[in-house]
Write a protein that binds this ligand. Structure first.
Ligand SMILES: O=C(O)c1ccccc1N[C@@H]1O[C@H](COP(=O)(O)O)[C@@H](O)[C@H]1O
Length: 207
């Protein structure tokens, strides 16, 4: 099976459309004010509606207030929630939507126990750990740490690029990848060529 691909940090309708045209299975809208990729409600709604059916529109949150998430859900048609902070199981479950939980690969992280803590997640996203930054760092982690028989489907993230994504999939045997910085010209500016190459290389399958 070829890998599922999410292009995260889409900031314009045009970027959403070219990601979908290039074969993205999912796009990500960042609702985290400190990110250079943060979108407002109007932008987010326009992008979500422009992606067309059968594309998973994902909302990324970092320790957001429940009321803020509710306001976004009332306006923006999100299919999947991505919790990228320190959200607990009940924080993730309270919206009754499919969700993925991001775990940052701190050296001392008990990965098995951390995955088991989110039994209702549709997947667990593994990202690099940089102290003080919740994600989107453009940094990789040791792919050998990805479990070969995980309790939950794994989404691999962190520093992926068109050049390393095939190797990342071959090493981890994950069937979903997420990228932000590795397909950009600058923060928030997706590069159509890099997006296309990333998707081609991810979907080419394991090396
Ligand atoms: O993209 C962001 O700005 C962001 C901000 C805060 C938390 C997560 C964020 N992005 C997610 O981080 C990972 C790795 O991104 P990168 O490819 O290394 O740039 C990915 O899952 C993004 O969705």
């Amino acid at each position: 099976m070829s890998a599922r691909v999410k292009i995260c940090g889409i900031t314009t309708v045009e970027q959403g459309q070219f990601a979908v045209a290039a074969g993205a299975d999912a796009i990500g809208l960042v609702f985290y004010a400190k990110s250079p990729r943060c979108v407002d409600l109007e932008q987010a709604r326009a992008i979500a509606l422009a992606c067309g059916p059968f594309v998973t529109v994902t909302g990324l949150f970092v320790n957001a207030a429940a009321s803020a998430i509710e306001s976004i859900l009332a306006k923006v048609p999100l299919h999947l929630l991505q919790f990228h902070g320190d959200e607990t199981l009940s924080d993730c479950e309270r919206f009754h939507r499919p969700y993925i939980k991001a775990l940052r690969m701190r050296p001392e992280l008990d990965l098995e126990a951390s995955i088991a803590a989110y039994p209702s997640a549709v997947g667990i996203l593994l990202d690099a750990y940089r102290p003080g930054t919740p994600g989107g760092t453009g940094e990789t982690f040791d792919w050998q740490r990805v479990p070969t028989q995980p309790l939950k489907p794994i989404v691999l993230a962190g520093g992926l690029t068109p050049d390393n994504v095939s190797q990342a999939i071959a090493t981890t045997r994950c069937n979903a990848v997420d990228v932000s910085g590795g397909v950009e010209l600058g923060p928030g500016m997706k590069d159509p060529e890099r997006v296309k190459n990333f998707i081609v290389n991810a979907k080419r399958g394991n090396l």
